[in-house]
Design a protein around this ligand. Structure first.
Ligand code: GLV
Length: 306
């Protein structure tokens, strides 16, 4: 069995070593143009040339959760696309989002400013009931986030394309459920897959339907958010703030207004990092399962877009 790796933006070498150890019977190497055809590939945002040259591939294993970069390519219909299925990401996403929600709810930034200034001053406790959190996108990571928020007793709403039923979570679905979901939500957490239907979905019209004092946490893709609409709603005071981990252009350009905006907290696309050892173990398990003809989790439906 031959496995090739093609990553944009990170070095494949540690992955090559890890895979060789985990799968000694396989011939593993990083892809170079003109390389011999492989059976399986591990990829992150590969170029079209890779797909065109490696026409005998049976499986593309995406080493992240989001497959939007893959679905922009011309892919043969017979190629199986498999994304990471949690692999240590959901706990990271849950801690990132809970941290952002709690930091905002408990006004920890304001307390930090007070203590920096030597002020011992209390704020009036806020009521959890006034901070319903809405998670848009209830995939593996989104569902974990929603459940983690329940531990802190926030009212939690969920929105997904098709109906879901999660205990204790008010679930809304489809275009007909969106308005009601937004109106019931003050803190919005975006975990949607990026597809033509969801691109620009966080815009003036949707974000202005959030409850007054709304807060936006984007941990999915930058292209979900119309950045100027967010800035306008922050400046008009309808939104209280935002925590953003993803951006339309990454790295975020030096002159971008988000860097220094007083109501925006940003991080460099780090909410849930791919963990190499966990991911290799999962992918090797899936290669073995596919060899035995067994089903595997995380198969991407290219038409649906995730
Ligand atoms: C990161 O953004 C991922 O898709 O895993």
């Amino acid at each position: 069995m031959k496995i090739t790796l093609c990553f944009t933006g990170l070095s494949p070498e540690p992955w090559v070593q890890g895979l060789r150890q985990a799968l000694p019977e396989a011939d593993v190497s990083a892809w170079q143009p003109g390389a011999a055809p492989a059976d399986h590939a591990l990829v992150w945002a590969p170029p079209q040339q890779f797909i065109d040259e490696q026409s005998q591939l049976q499986t593309l294993f995406n080493i992240g959760a989001g497959v939007d970069a893959l679905l922009q390519l011309q892919l043969p219909a017979s190629l199986k696309l498999v994304r990471l299925d949690d692999a240590g990401m959901s706990v990271q996403m849950a801690e990132y989002v809970c941290h952002a929600v709690i930091r905002h709810f408990r006004e920890f930034d304001a307390y930090a400013a007070d203590t920096q200034a030597g002020r011992w001053s209390f704020r009036k406790p806020r009521l959890r009931a006034d901070f319903p959190v809405g998670v848009m996108g209830l995939g593996v990571l989104g569902e974990r986030v929603a459940k983690a928020l329940q531990v802190f007793e926030f009212p939690v709403n969920g929105f997904s394309r098709s109906p879901k039923d999660l205990p204790g979570i008010r679930c809304f679905s489809g275009p007909e459920g969106l308005g009601e979901f937004l109106a019931a939500t003050r803190v919005l957490v975006n975990r949607m897959p990026l597809t033509p239907d969801t691109e620009d979905m966080l815009n003036k019209s949707t974000l202005s339907q959030l409850q007054p004092g709304g807060y936006v946490i984007n941990v999915a893709r930058g292209k979900h958010l119309v950045e100027q609409d967010l800035l306008d709603l922050l400046d008009q005071g309808h939104l209280a703030g935002a925590t953003l981990d993803v951006f339309r252009t990454e790295p975020l350009p030096a002159e971008h207004a988000f860097w220094k905006h007083p109501k925006i907290t940003l991080t460099p696309h780090t909410s849930a990092r791919t963990l190499r050892d966990d991911s290799i173990a999962q992918i090797v398990g899936k290669i073995h399962a596919l060899q035995r003809g067994e089903p595997v989790k995380g198969i991407v439906d290219a038409l649906r877009g995730y």
